[in-house]
Each structure stands twice: as C-alpha cells, then as structure tokens.
Design a protein around this ligand. Structure first.
Ligand SMILES: [Zn+2]
Length: 354
C-alpha cells in the first residue's frame, strides 16, 4: 500500500497539472472561474474537505462572541465555492469551532438550536457542495446527548464536532460517557478540533514570536485529548466510536511509539489496563491531512494507515491552499490510498453520495 510507485504519481500529477495549467493559483489549480475536476488514474474522483470552518452570527450574539473572519459567513457562499472550485474540492463538511462551553444551559440550548438549524439550511440549499457536523453543548452532557440525536435525525447533519476539552475537563471524563454512547449508537463521525491550551497560555510560555498559542498550542491540545481517550479507556469502553482529529491528529502520530513504551518503562504508572497497545488505537482514529509536506503525510499514513486520513483544508484560515495536490503528490501512496484520502473514506463516513 505504501510501495514505491512514485513514477506513476509523477505522471498523474503532470497530467493533472497540464490539464489545468492555464490558470493562476498554484500547481493544479483550476483556471479562474472554472471548476477543477480531480482525476486519479483516469477516473474523476469526488473530493471532500472534512476541516472547513463557518460561523452563525445569530448564535454568537447570544454570548457576545465576535466574528473572527468575514469568510466564515455563509450568507454569500460564492467566494467559498470559487475557492473550492479552484482547488478541486467538491464537498465541504462544515464545522463551527466551539465558543459556547461556558454558557449556562438555556443559553447553550438556544445557541445550538440556532446553529444546527442554520447548518441544515445551508446544506439543504447546496446539498451537492455542503454537509455539516452538528454542534453540541457538551458542558451539559444530557443536553448534548439530545442535541446530537436531534442534529443527526431531525436536521440531517452528518456527524458531531467538539473542542479538544470542555472548560478544562478532558473528553475522557466519565461525565461524558453518555455522549460517547450516543454518538457510538448513532454511528456518526465526531470531528475534534482543538481550541489551544488555555492553561499554558496563562503561564505566558506561549507568548512571543510565532503565534505559538495556535502553532503548537492547537496540536498539543489534540495530542492531550486523544491520549486521554486512549489511556483512560474511553476507546475501550466505546469501541465503535468514529473520531476524526484535526491537524493530522496533532503530535500523537508523530511520536506514537512513546505511548507504547511507557507501558513497559513505567508499568507502575499505568493506573488502568488497556485492551490494546496505544499505537493500535492510533490506527483506529481518523485524522485530517493538514501536515503540509509529502514526508509528513507519508509518515502519518504509516502510523494511522492510509485509510484513516481524510483531506482537510482549514478554510478560510490560509494554512494551505494545496490539500488536493499534497495528497496527489505524496510518493508511496497507491491510487486507492489517494482516492480514499481525497474523499472516498469521508464519503462513507459522512453519507455523501457518489
Ligand atoms: Zn481549523
């Protein structure tokens, strides 16, 4: 699956680039105003972006939250669709970064109702371009159980999105077990997006050059969240969970073997028994492809398995404009791997029709 077929890759990329070479916007991008159609070994491939942000101002107003970027708005989707067309992205799975975890129950219920209704309307207006993850107020676990069920069953949303912790409480906390049981039963994908490491920010250690609160704070929070879900036994308790972690799963897949090594290095510090080695849980998690280089994507695929990687862009935040080409241009991936990462696996998880 990860054998060396780089000459084939090069041929495919060249063919792809030649077909779309007359436009601006980087290698492989479609000419202005044209929709790029991604082709792998002669076949049109449907592409899905699992990491695409949006915002619903009417809900944000309820807790006095300001809009972070105009491009998050879905009131006019022409610019977003133009960007999707240029990059060759057919479908975005929309999510909203949590900002409501401090809200009391009634306010949180209203925030989520407005958001999930609006997400459903956005998807209904352009069902061939958008699906969405339901939002839930996990600080109120019983409410979140209802919101997840309603989001999926009433509003037709395709999964649930979460932050990497809930007001300082880890996702593995037993009070969230009813939520995990519900999403396991619903069989939907849970997209975990970090919100940084507020605890470290308070110490000042992430200040200074380089936006470290985001650059390393975000993947660090994801690493902590996933590590607790593994080591606290949440993934043993709910073996059917389908979890996709943002930014390539943070740092966990980069150094996964250390999580195995601690079991033999400090067995007395293992307070619970796991059914599998930690790295085996890493291979059942889904992660997005936002790791920037072919070598990083190759390594990620080696650690998680190529079938666990879902294309992401982080739109509208401009971390990358080349997610499609990143996957097409990574040596060692088979055509089947590339098709799976570009959208095949996400289509299955999110119920997107071919
Ligand atoms: Zn993001």
């Amino acid at each position: 699956m990860l054998g060396d077929d780089s000459s084939l890759d090069r041929a495919l990329i060249m063919a792809d680039a030649a077909f779309y070479s007359c436009g601006g916007g980087g290698a492989g991008a479609a000419p202005l105003g044209r929709r790029r159609e991604v082709v792998v070994s002669g076949k049109r491939v449907k592409t899905v972006d699992v990491h695409a942000h949006c915002a619903v101002p009417a809900a944000m107003k309820l807790v006095g939250r300001a809009l972070e970027a105009e491009a998050l708005l879905m009131s006019n989707t022409a610019e977003r669709i133009r960007a999707m067309d240029e990059q060759g992205i057919d479908v975005e799975a929309l999510s909203i970064n949590p900002y409501w975890y401090a809200a009391e129950r009634d306010v949180a219920a209203e925030v989520i109702r407005i958001q999930n209704e609006t997400l459903a309307e956005i998807c209904a207006a352009q069902p061939d371009r958008f699906v969405a993850f339901a939002t839930v107020a996990l600080q109120h676990p019983a409410l979140a159980v209802e919101q997840a069920e309603q989001g999926v069953k009433r509003y037709g949303l395709r999964g649930v999105s979460l932050g990497g912790s809930i007001e300082g409480v880890e996702l593995s906390d037993p009070k969230f077990h009813p939520f995990w049981a519900k999403v396991e039963q619903l069989g939907v994908l849970v997209f975990i997006h970090p919100q940084g490491t507020a605890e470290l920010e308070r110490t000042g250690r992430l200040q200074g050059n380089g936006l470290l609160t985001n650059t390393i704070g975000n993947p660090l929070e994801t690493t902590i969240a996933l590590s607790h879900l593994i080591f606290e036994g949440t993934l043993d308790r709910f073996p059917g969970l389908k979890i996709c972690a943002a930014h390539g799963g943070g740092y966990l897949p980069s150094y996964a073997a250390r999580s195995d090594a601690v079991q033999t290095t400090f067995p007395q510090r293992m307070t619970g028994t796991l059914k599998k080695k930690p790295t085996e849980y890493v291979r059942q998690l889904y992660v997005d492809s936002i790791v920037f280089t072919p070598e990083a994507l190759r390594h990620l695929a080696a650690e998680t398995g190529p079938g666990q990687i879902l294309m992401g862009t982080d739109y509208p935040f401009p971390w990358t404009h080349t997610s499609v080409d990143h996957i097409l241009g990574t040596p060692g991936l088979s055509d089947a791997d590339k098709i799976a990462m570009l959208g095949g696996t996400a289509m299955g998880l999110l119920g997107i029709k071919a």
